[in-house]
Design a protein around this ligand. Structure first.
Ligand code: NAD
Ligand code: WQD
Length: 354
C-alpha cells in the first residue's frame, strides 16, 4: 500500500495550524510540527490527537529562524511538502515592532526555503493575508488586485510572496500555493480547538466572545461612520474549519504543476461589525453590550474576497456561514474560558464528542 504523504507544518500549534493538523490527520496524512510556541502552547496537541484518534509523528520546539535546528528536522524525516503558518500576525503590534515582524516573517521564510532546498523538498503551501491589498476600495477583490501593504505585517507577507515567486522562477521544480486568507474566525465544532488570544484580543470575534462570557464589559466598535449600510466596516469572515479544509485540498493540488499559484480564501460575502455582533448574540442568547468609538487607525471600509479562482482551480469553496462561526467560537469560549490551561480543559475534554 502507498505510504501516506508526510507534511511538515510550521506554526502547527497556532489557531489555523491546529485546526489544519486535525483536518490532515483525519485524512490520513503523517505530520511533523515545528513551532517555538511564541503564540501558542503544546497543550493543544493532545486535543488534536484525541479528536482524530491519531498521533502527530513528531513535534519540535524550534524557531524557524534557527537554520541548523530546522535543517536537523529535515534530516530526520522524509518530508513530502510543507505548510508554512509560522509568523507573527498582529497588525497593530507590527507598527511597534517592525524589525521583529520582518525578521520572523521574512527571515523565517528564507530560513525555511534554505532547509527545503538543501533537502530537495519543493512543495509548499504558504499563509498569506488579505492585508496585502491595503485600502483597495469597494467590491470583491480578485488576486490581480495590486498589493498595497499599509503596515509592516502586511509588507512582510507581501515580501514573502515576492521571495517565493523569485524562488519559483529560479527553480522550475518548485510548487508554491500561496493562500491569501481574509478573516478566519470560529473554532472546531467539538469545542476542543479554537483561538486563544494572548492578553486583550485585538480581533473582533475573540473580543466579542469574551464580552459574551462576561470577561469584558463591552465591545468597542471602531467607527460607525463608514460608507456602509449600517456605518460599520465590512469584512469577509471565513470559518477556520473551511480554512483548514482548504489546506488539505491545496495539498492534493500541489502536483498539478510547478510555479507559484496565488488564491484568495474567503467566503465572497461581506459582513459589517454590527452583523457579526447580531450573529453572536443569536449564538450565545444574550445581548453583547457595545459602544461606538472612533475608527481604528489603519482600518479600511471594506475587504471582501472574490473567491472564484480557487473554486475554478480546485472545485472547492467555503460552505460554513457566520452563524456556524459564532456558534463554534461561543462553544469554545464557554468550554475554555482560560484557553488551553487550567481546570476548564478537563471540562472541555469531558464535554466533547471525540
Ligand atoms: P497563530 O499566532 O495562532 O499561529 C502562528 C504559529 O506560529 C504559533 O503557533 C506561533 O507560536 C508560531 N511561531 C511564530 N513565530 C515562530 C517562529 N519564529 N518559529 C516557529 N514558530 C513560530 O496565528 P494564526 O492565526 O494561526 O495564523 C497562521 C498564519 O496565517 C500566519 O502566517 C498568519 O500571518 C496567517 N494569517 C492569519 C490570519 C488570521 O486572521 N488569523 C489571516 C491571514 C493570514
Ligand atoms: C474586523 C473588524 C475592526 C475589534 C486583521 C488583519 C488581517 C487578518 C485578520 C492576518 C474591523 C472591527 C475589531 C474590535 C471592532 N489577519 N473591530 N472592535 O482588522 O479586518 O483584519 O485580522 O493576516 O490581515 O488585517 O480583523 O478582527 O481586527 O477586525 O470594531 O474590538 O472589526 O475595526 O472592521 P481585520 P479584526
Amino acid at each position: 500500500m502507498k505510504k501516506p504523504p508526510t507534511i511538515l507544518l510550521t506554526g502547527g500549534a497556532g489557531f489555523i495550524g491546529s485546526h489544519t493538523c486535525a483536518e490532515l490527520l483525519h485524512h490520513g496524512y503523517e505530520l511533523i510540527v515545528v513551532d517555538n510556541f511564541a503564540n501558542s502552547t503544546p497543550r493543544v496537541f493532545p486535543r488534536v490527537e484525541r479528536l482524530t484518534g491519531r498521533h502527530i509523528d513528531a513535534i519540535y520546539d524550534v524557531d524557524i529562524r534557527d537554520r541548523h535546528a530546522l535543517s536537523a528536522v529535515f534530516d530526520r524525516h522524509s518530508v513530502d511538502a510543507v505548510v508554512h503558518f509560522a509568523a507573527r500576525k498582529a497588525v497593530g503590534e507590527s507598527m511597534q515592532l517592525p524589525v521583529e515582524y520582518y525578521d520572523t516573517n521574512i527571515g523565517g521564510t528564507t530560513s525555511l526555503l534554505r532547509a527545503m532546498q538543501e533537502h530537495r523538498v519543493h512543495r509548499l503551501v504558504f499563509s498569506s493575508s488579505c492585508s496585502i491589498y491595503g485600502d483597495a476600495g469597494r467590491g470583491p477583490l480578485d488576486e490581480t488586485t495590486p498589493a498595497r501593504p499599509t503596515n509592516p505585517y502586511a509588507a512582510s507577507k507581501w515580501a514573502c510572496e515576492q521571495v517565493l515567486a523569485d524562488v519559483c522562477r529560479r527553480c522550475p521544480q518548485f510548487t508554491v500555493l500561496c493562500l491569501r486568507y481574509f478573516n478566519p474566525v470560529g473554532a472546531h465544532p467539538s469545542g476542543l480547538l479554537g483561538e486563544v488570544p494572548r492578553g486583550t484580543p485585538g480581533n473582533l470575534v475573540p473580543y466579542v466572545a469574551q464580552v459574551a462570557d462576561g470577561r469584558r464589559d463591552r465591545l468597542s466598535v471602531f467607527g460607525a461612520d463608514y460608507d456602509t449600510p449600517d456605518g460599520t466596516a465590512i469584512r469577509d469572515y471565513l470559518h477556520v474549519m473551511d480554512t483548514a479544509e482548504a489546506h488539505r485540498v491545496a495539498l492534493e493540488h500541489l502536483a498539478d504543476g510547478p510555479g507559484m499559484h496565488v488564491f484568495n480564501l474567503g467566503v465572497g460575502a461581506g459582513r459589517t461589525v454590527l452583523e457579526v455582533i447580531a450573529a453572536f448574540e443569536a449564538a450565545c442568547g444574550s445581548p453583547i453590550p457595545y459602544q461606538v468609538v472612533p475608527r481604528r487607525p489603519g482600518d479600511v471600509t471594506e475587504l471582501v474576497a472574490d473567491p472564484t479562482a480557487v473554486e475554478r482551480a480546485w472545485g472547492w469553496r467555503a460552505t460554513r456561514g457566520l452563524a456556524d462561526m459564532c456558534q463554534d467560537a461561543w462553544r469554545f469560549q464557554q468550554h475554555n474560558p482560560h484557553g488551553y490551561a487550567g481546570r476548564a480543559q478537563q471540562r472541555a475534554y469531558q464535554g466533547a464528542t471525540p
